[in-house]
Ligand binder design. Structure first.
Ligand code: SF4
Length: 1018
């Protein structure tokens, strides 16, 4: 009899516990498994989700000590959940080390303070910690809140205290944090999304209508061709990547990797093509040109579903690296010509013959005609054969029965052209008809376990939940102005234009913010929301701190000293703060930025006057709640143990702080007290709102009977009931909903996120597992998987189809379910014209078509495509950062950062198993460069940029090769980023000492992937 360890455990847990010894005797070959099964048979099993990456693998946690009075449950074992449809019991080296994360020596146990100028921590009580922090916050807010701007517009903006929010905390923590921050007027706030996938949201939303991964992990198995570029899925998302391997096994899919380094994904690919970092748009623009020249276009799809036929306004143009409308003084574009020509009814004009010289198709052709294979090879360093191989395989997917997908991550986002890198690929997928298709899409592989959810909840400077913008002080001075600006008019007849429902989403959210205090008469509390004047992203926040203009910094589950670019500038900026509050389960370098760690952090604590509070929080294993994986699945998880020491959940910490602040305003009054006193805080224990209370608010409920729109005499939802989904939202104050896209996650039928039916209903689709936004749809834009007549393009990939009455199939239609094909509604229902956009109109700040610009630190010193415009003209950079840029003459090599399978960012250096697997800091250099510099494997080397240096061991490898670019040799150096001084591994340097503080034009995501360095033997 053969059985897996898991089967064995199931049997013994089902009642064979006492016969376990007999079993041991009978199956001596299974002795190892039997010993562990015996241990676990006394344990309680709790289901959770891996806390690291956005694959969202299921885990089973086993804890002991839950039975007896006063006994504290402790987790003793963690393994993969075999029922999970994505991970199916597997865990990567990080997931396998989760137990060591929970029990890390770096876990924080007690509130502490580092007094100004001190060299050490002092333990304090929670009471003292909350009281002192609340006092700081109130004093700073009273002194600096801007209640009205110079024009007299209420803005309720508090800029002198900034806040960073967590990336692995639950949605429930995220939404409570959103309410806490905005009621106080915090606008200088940012999240991990900024430094990771901000450009994804910008690029995909401006092309398809939503800024998220289009398909799902399991769906990758349906692809015929997989391109991995701008990412390293086998290494960064190992368990999700198994579905690419399934595509190879099941369908014979081809896998090609384009990357500066022969990485672990390349090791299992069919082909590998090297590329110079920062030249992706040349490569991808070259693909567009190749597809057009070789007529590898899915014409029926392109003509029906994209804006190829739309006519663009007269005056639009592109010349010598600049689009029309550039203002050199402002360093910004006036985008008015980047729009459709409209008829007198405001409808976009089209030319279905594609003959009009200003139709998108012809502008596209002209724009990319410059990107020939020779130019591609010359600027990217990729061999022409490799480039053409990618073109050939991608091109083959232009037929309806062949589908290709793209897996990418931060290799595309972390550039000054981050959003445009991604947009180029989104355009390619439209040209090939691969969007909406099973096995297709643009698969943005999100990083952190809940950064998708926390982006959805709008924890960014100018955002609100559900991708609603925070009001702007100039454009949205009144509620009417806000709703008019954010409720687009339909640009073509018969289109759904779902953002036309913005008033319902917004007013329902305002009822969540302000409860009964939000009335029609006071515009639902509109004036209490803060209004932004500028974008306060991580670069801007750092710059303001550096200038001494920010006094306080609340840092929740983030390690900005390690994560932000130009770490020395960040450290100097922190040194100017009056107070800093760290909320984290684990010790971070940010919390000890004031400590001297020799060369890697050479400071004098006595000279740093920042008062630092460190508040210990729970980790994933010690809380209930939901997190959202990259495929937009909201997965509920359960608490398996008590936190160590006196750690509190984030919800308790935020609750306690809020209540303390509100009490101070009640007692003392103060500036801008109204929003603080009026915000709705209806939780049974205001100091500790529960995950269930918050999750129900995320879904929303009826505040009055909601009539059925089909028959107004009937009630669709009774007062007090949970809403069935966002279609029930109202704009008259009769519904409350914290985040409209999550509506449907906790209905009258209960918690949909906790569902665990893993039945495959077709093509690997498991709609009964968890719940995905929007409306449990698993593949976005799935109407595009059918032709205009409603028939699947490929009968073997039937996802949904028109059945004569409605759209139905294996997925929830991402469409108006009863709109017949002949009505002509297009699949991109969030876009007011219904088209997928080849030309993205004025949605991005740096051009309607992607164009190649060199990284801000370029090894070429020029841009051969247009030497007068070398870098992106709309780049995000501050003066002080421009002064910290290096030149290729001084720093001749290209540095690029990345992470390793065994580690997750800066967390796992506190985890023993991972520290054992990758204990010491290293960099990768080519054999040629090593020889030139006299370096051998294992030597210590010093890598320096204009901003500082790090030292690491040299790994001399064939994985990196010099490239010939613009007739010169370019050497690239690979720099993994996991080290620091708060660690159980060998101490190391913060890699981001090297990277420059320059940002993507659209999303300000820093350019971590391409900068200039020098290299010498240390
Ligand atoms: S890190 Fe990602 S791939 Fe690895 S176990 Fe966790 S969720 Fe799965």
């Amino acid at each position: 009899m053969q059985m897996s360890r898991r089967q064995f455990f199931k049997i013994s847990a089902a009642g064979l516990g006492t016969s376990g010894l007999v079993m041991m005797g009978a199956y001596s070959g299974e002795a190892h498994a039997e010993v562990r099964a015996y241990r676990l048979s006394r344990a309680r099993e709790t289901r959770n989700t891996c806390t690291y990456c956005s694959v969202g693998c299921g885990v089973l946690m086993y804890s002991l000590g839950d039975g007896a009075k006063n006994a504290k449950a402790e987790i003793i074992h963690i393994e993969g959940d075999p029922d999970h449809p994505v991970s199916r019991g597997a865990l990567c080296p990080k997931g396998a080390g989760l137990l060591d994360f929970i029990h890390s020596p770096g876990r924080l146990k007690y509130p502490e303070v580092r007094e100004p100028g001190s060299k050490e921590w002092k333990r304090i009580s929670w009471e003292e910690a909350i009281h002192r922090v609340a006092k700081h916050m109130k004093a700073d807010r009273d002194a600096n809140l801007v209640e009205k701007n110079a024009e007299g517009v209420p803005v309720n903006r508090w800029l002198s205290t900034a806040m960073l929010t967590a990336s692995a905390s639950s949605n429930e923590t995220g939404i409570l944090t959103q309410k806490f921050m905005r009621s106080l007027g915090i606008v200088a706030t940012d999240a991990q999304a900024r430094v990771c996938h901000g450009p994804t949201v910008s690029a995909l939303a401006s092309t398809f209508g939503r800024g998220a991964m289009t398909n799902s992990w399991v769906d990758i198995k349906n692809a015929d061709f997989i391109l991995v570029m701008g990412g390293n899925a086998a290494e960064a998302h190992p368990v999700g990547f198994r579905w690419a391997i399934e595509a190879k096994k099941q369908r014979g899919a081809r896998l090609i990797v384009v990357d500066p380094r022969f990485n672990r994904t390349a090791a299992v690919a069919d082909h590998y093509v090297p590329i110079r970092v920062g030249s992706d748009i040349v490569f991808l623009g070259g693909i567009i040109n190749w597809l057009i020249k070789n007529d590898k276009i899915q014409w029926d799809y392109v003509k029906a579903y994209t804006n190829a036929s739309a006519i663009i306004q007269e005056g639009y143009g592109f010349d010598e690296g600049l689009f029309s409308g550039f203002d050199a003084e402002k360093g910004a574009y006036d985008k008015k010509t980047w729009n459709y020509e409209l008829d007198d009814k405001g409808i976009a004009k089209v030319d279905p013959t594609l003959q009009h010289p200003r139709c998108v198709w012809n502008l596209l052709r002209q724009h990319y005609a410059r990107y020939t294979p020779e130019v591609v090879a010359d600027l990217t360093g990729s061999p022409i054969e490799g480039f053409e191989l990618v073109c050939k395989h991608l091109g083959e997917t232009c037929t309806p029965d062949k589908v290709g997908t793209i897996l990418y991550a931060l290799g595309w986002t972390q550039h000054t052209t981050g959003a445009q890198n991604i947009r180029t690929m989104a355009m390619i997928q439209l040209l090939l008809g691969n969007i909406g298709m099973p096995g297709g899409g643009v698969n943005a592989l999100r990083g952190h376990s809940n950064i998708q959810g926390l982006s959805d909840l709008g924890l960014l400077s100018t955002s609100l939940p559900g991708y609603l913008p925070l009001p702007n002080e100039k454009q949205h001075t009144t509620l009417d102005a806000y709703l008019t600006a954010n409720t687009p008019k339909t640009l073509r007849d018969g289109q759904l234009n779902y953002w036309g429902n913005t008033p319902k989403f917004f007013i329902s959210m305002m009822k969540w913010f302000w409860g009964d205090k939000a009335t029609k008469e006071n515009n639902w509390g509109y004036d209490w929301l803060p209004k932004w004047d500028k974008m306060y992203d991580v670069l801007h926040i750092t710059e303001l701190m550096y200038q001494g203009k920010i006094n306080g910094f609340v840092v929740q589950g983030f390690n900005p000293l390690a994560s932000f670019p130009d770490a020395h500038k960040v450290r100097d900026a922190f040194s100017k703060l009056k107070y800093m509050v760290i909320i984290d389960p684990i010790a971070t370098e940010t919390s000890t930025f004031w400590q001297n760690h020799g060369e890697s952090n050479d400071v004098d604590p006595s000279q740093i006057q920042t008062e630092v509070f460190r508040l210990p929080s729970t980790c994933f294993a010690e809380e209930d709640g939901a997190i959202v994986n990259s495929g937009r699945w909201l997965q509920w998880h359960w608490k398996g143990a008590e936190p160590p020491g006196e750690a509190h959940s984030d919800q308790e910490i935020i609750g306690e702080l809020f209540v303390a602040l509100r009490d101070l305003y009640r007692k003392e009054g103060g500036k801008g007290a109204e929003p603080v006193l009026n915000v709705s805080w209806p939780y049974a224990n205001p100091k500790a709102p529960t995950p269930e209370e918050l999750a129900k608010e995320l879904n929303g409920r009826a505040l009055a009977d909601i009539p059925d729109p089909a028959d107004k005499s009937k009630v669709l939802v009774k007062k007090g009931e949970q809403l069935p989904g966002f279609a029930a939202l109202q704009d008259d104050g009769s519904t409350l909903c914290a985040c409209w896209i999550f509506s449907g996650c906790w209905t009258q039928a209960g918690n949909q996120m906790a569902r665990r039916d893993n039945t495959d209903v077709g093509l690997g689709n498991t709609p009964g597992w968890a719940w995905s936004w929007p409306a449990n749809r698993r593949i976005l834009y799935n109407r595009a998987s059918c032709d205009p007549a409603g028939k699947p393009w490929d009968a073997t990939r039937k996802l949904i189809a028109w059945n004569g009455e409605r759209w139905a199939g294996a997925d929830v239609p991402d469409f108006k379910v009863d709109s017949p094909p002949e009505a002509g509604m297009n699949p991109f229902i969030m876009n007011p014209e219904g088209f997928g956009r080849l030309f993205c109109t004025d949605k991005l700040v740096d051009g309607p078509f992607p164009e190649h610009y060199e990284p801000m630190e370029t090894p070429l010193g020029t841009n051969p495509l247009h030497p007068k415009v070398v870098n992106s003209p709309a780049v995000r950079i501050f003066k002080s950062d421009r002064e910290r840029l290096g030149k290729h003459t001084e720093f001749p090599y290209v540095g690029t950062t990345y992470r390793l399978t065994e580690h997750f960012q800066f967390w796992t250096k506190s985890v023993r198993l991972n520290a054992i697997a990758q204990p010491e800091q290293f960099v990768e250099i080519s054999e040629v460069l090593a020889k030139e510099k006299g370096i051998v494997a294992g030597d210590w080397v010093k890598i320096s940029s204009k901003r500082g240096f790090i030292k690491a061991k040299a790994v001399v490898t064939k994985r990196m090769k010099p490239l010939t670019v613009n007739k010169q040799t370019v050497h690239q150096i690979g720099i993994p980023l996991h080290w620091g001084w708060e660690t159980v591994a060998q101490k190391g340097y913060l890699t981001n000492i090297l990277s420059p503080a320059v940002g993507d034009c659209n999303t300000q995501t820093p350019e971590y992937k391409a900068f200039l360095v020098n290299l010498e033997k240390a």
